[in-house]
Design a protein around this ligand. Sequence first.
Ligand code: BG6
Length: 291
Amino acid sequence: MQTHVDSPTRGYSESDGVVTLRGAGESSCEIYLHGATVTSWRDASGRERLYLSPTAVLDGSAPIRGGIPICWPQFGPGPRWPKQHGFARRLPWALVSAEMKRTEPRAVLRLVDTEETRASEHFPYRFELTLIAALDAVGSLSLVLRVRNTGATAFTFTTALHSYFAVEDASAVQVDGLRGKSYKDNADGLEEKVEQEESVRFEGEVDRCYIGAPDDIRVGVSGVRLKKRGLSELVLWNPFVEKTRALSDMPDDGWRTFVCAEPAAVYPPVELASGQVYDATLDLISPLLTK
Ligand code: BG6
């Protein structure tokens, strides 16, 4: 594709399988065609707001550890190939377009079914997945994940935009607004519990899927604000000390500098009839704009 420079600071480009958008102020975003994984989002101040593991595998041979991998057609472990978090984050997506909409750069990436995806007895369906990534007039990152059932048979899926946020100290981060919400505790055999605390803290392993979570959540008291639609759940994850050691693509102390807050659609799975389209959206807003 051609590089477009709209002004000295705004535009888009693609090089070696990485799409770069440059928007308002110092804002920018990088998206790997591998998995359509957003690996970087800098807000208008130029500050990186996403965590990417320094040992992430970026050659397409594995899902990318960090940024915003797309879990589809399955969140978590489950019956579908290849078990954990589905196949969308493991496959190369196509770049459909990159353009300026007025002064705002956006890119459209797509994945459709292949012989390989259809070969799975658990997901033999025809589909079209589209990711639309854009930087808006103030440098916020806006993502739309569009799922289209292009086959004759209905299917169900679960999904998550598995967002890794960069933080200075995970154990000092709190997420508010979940009190009274039910959650499945994946650090405790998926037992269903009810959140009793005003603030969820990351002082040990956290691996929870909050059911029917608010659509407007802040990661930390002064962190990024995320607004979601079509993604009723929120997964909070930090592997803490022991489980981080088991991750081959993260340094042992990696857990300290990120928390995952993952908008998801899990309970119940989304059912899509032939020809139907489902949109999930996520807006990430800089804390500098929402003080
Ligand atoms: C989270 C899950 O969404 O992703 C965790 O809740 C899981 O249980 C984590 O460990 C990372 O998964 P993966 O497959 O990228 O190592």
